[in-house]
Design a protein around this ligand. Structure first.
Ligand code: ADP
Ligand code: MG
Length: 478
């Protein structure tokens, strides 16, 4: 009859109950969940690292005897440890820690990320050594939808994307180690980092891939210091074959954590393991990082993600709509892609808002709806009126070529266009008078001040001029 993990564990519990105090049984054995039974290996889930260590320290003999009684001489026990539940993350890590019997030890040089010498009496073989074939199981924390498949290629990301792809085909074996991906927010670093992990796992199912945000890494480290098990922390990371650390800039100023990361980095790199890092800046511009760590970051390849061009933005939206099975008029998609230029996350945010608006209010998705929404969306977020933009609106309005603003001409209409540009720049941007002057024909701040006064005077005295200004103001704010 095929044995089932629940029944086997129930039988084990009966034996254990007879051999430990009632309170100990309640504390250390009741919380355990049997997870599975495969090839005579019973996997039990324990709530924490500490819990696991306690069991191994105090009950190893009892557990071994019990398992042998239930599963025979070949019987073994594996732990699945819920690594940490103090993070806000929904999915805690679990690692499986096999306990081997003497015969099963084939590869004694590989050790687990656990303090091996704790509480072992001499005649018991070290139970934490992984038998040859067994591999540390780590939950990779990869998000399926962040795949290469869903990552649109464009001029803006070609280098980073293909380097990432090469890494996933050959982790640790390319010159791109570490691979550092950097960009401003919302341009796809996290997505690409996951894609590398997913693809590498597809190519090499046996490798251990871990995605970790730098915040998580720091929190884990702090926790390990608190629990006085930094070694476990370091060992755990040193077991990873492909380590992806997102937003490394958060290590800035954190010397201790940098130090630990430095050692993990070196260990992995030396062993030919792959490291992928993302950051909001290239290494040369990173602040608050130890020079020796920075110099490591420069060993491999640093590739950036740039703002996508219009075609790429449209393709990203279309891909998104397609995979969600939603239809949207083409002109609306284009309008969105045209209006939101600097941040893909905001672009997707706008798309979702429009979909929500239309389904909540039962309105069709039209360009008008998109416009209303973009007005709200874009004004609150990215759009800043620039001096260049003001000059363009003013020149368009008076039908003048843009470069006249910076020319030396003193023709009346051009002087006026220049003065209006200065006036609106003062009104709508945070630029100083000096900066405005510099950008409007290389003038000094006094000239800008004079221009503003002149425009104000004309508004008060000249009706025609005032209507120009009002119309222009509307166009600039549009
Ligand atoms: P970052 O980490 O740089 O702040 P993310 O990776 O979180 O940016 O990307 C923001 C959003 O934009 C995500 O939803 C991501 O899927 C999407 N995105 C970014 N780049 C692309 C791309 N090239 N193709 C498709 N979607 C993308
Ligand atoms: Mg990110």
């Amino acid at each position: 009859m095929k044995k089932n993990h629940i029944a086997v564990w129930e039988n084990c519990l009966k034996i254990i109950k007879d051999n430990v105090h009632y309170q100990s049984f309640k504390t250390w054995f009741e919380p355990i969940n049997p997870v599975k039974l495969e090839n005579n290996v019973l996997t039990i889930q324990v709530p924490s690292q500490f819990f696991y260590e306690w069991l191994e320290e105090h009950y190893i003999n009892l557990l071994k005897k019990t398992i042998k009684k239930e599963l025979g001489m070949e019987g073994r026990l594996e732990y699945s440890i819920i690594m940490d539940n103090t993070f806000d993350d929904k999915s805690p890590y679990t690692i499986n820690v096999p306990t081997a019997n003497k015969k099963a030890i084939k590869n004694p040089s590989v050790t687990m990320p656990i303090d091996l010498n704790k509480g072992q009496s001499k005649d018991i073989p070290n139970p934490f050594i992984i038998p040859g074939l067994k591999k540390l199981k780590v939950q990779s924390q990869l998000v399926d939808s962040y795949s290469f498949e869903n990552f649109i290629e464009g001029d803006c990301n070609r280098l980073a994307r293909s380097a990432g792809y090469a890494v996933s085909e050959n982790p640790g074996k390319t010159a791109f180690n570490p691979l550092l991906i950097y960009s401003d927010v919302g341009l796809g670093k996290t997505h690409l980092a996951h894609a590398i992990g997913i693809q590498a796992k597809n190519n090499f199912p046996d490798i251990t891939v871990l995605y970790v945000s730098t915040e998580q890494f720091i929190a884990q480290y702090i926790e390990s210091v608190r629990n006085n098990n930094q070694n476990d922390f370091v060992h755990f990371y040193q077991m990873i074959d492909l380590l992806i650390v997102d937003d490394i800039q958060f290590l800035s100023g954190k010397e201790k954590t940098q130090d630990v990361f430095f050692h993990i980095f070196n260990h992995l790199h030396q062993k030919g393991k792959q490291i992928v890092i993302t950051s909001d800046k290239p290494p040369v511009e990173m602040k608050g990082m130890e020079p020796r760590l920075l110099s490591r970051f420069k060993w491999g390849l640093a590739a950036d993600l740039q703002v996508p061009d219009l075609e790429t933005r449209i393709a990203i939206l279309q891909k998104r709509l397609y995979s969600d099975g939603i239809e949207m008029p083409k002109d609306v998609v284009e309008y969105l892609a045209y209006s939101i230029t600097t941040n893909i996350r905001e672009l997707e945010g706008a798309l979702i808002s429009i979909l929500a608006q239309s389904s909540l209010n039962k309105k069709p998705i039209t360009i008008e709806l998109a416009k209303q929404m973009i007005d709200k969306f874009v004004k609150n977020t990215t759009r800043e009126i620039s001096i260049d933009y003001i000059q363009k609106v003013v020149c368009d309005y008076f039908d003048l070529p843009l470069d006249v603003i910076n020319s030396k001409t003193r023709k009346r209409e051009i002087v006026q266009a220049r003065q209006l540009s200065m006036y609106f720049a003062k009104k709508h941007t945070k630029a100083s008078l000096a900066t405005i002057g510099l950008h409007c024909g290389n003038k000094d701040h006094a000239t800008v001040l004079h221009a503003c006064r002149t425009v104000n005077n004309l508004i008060d005295t000249d009706k025609q001029f005032r209507s120009y200004v009002e119309e222009l103001d509307k166009k600039i704010k549009l």
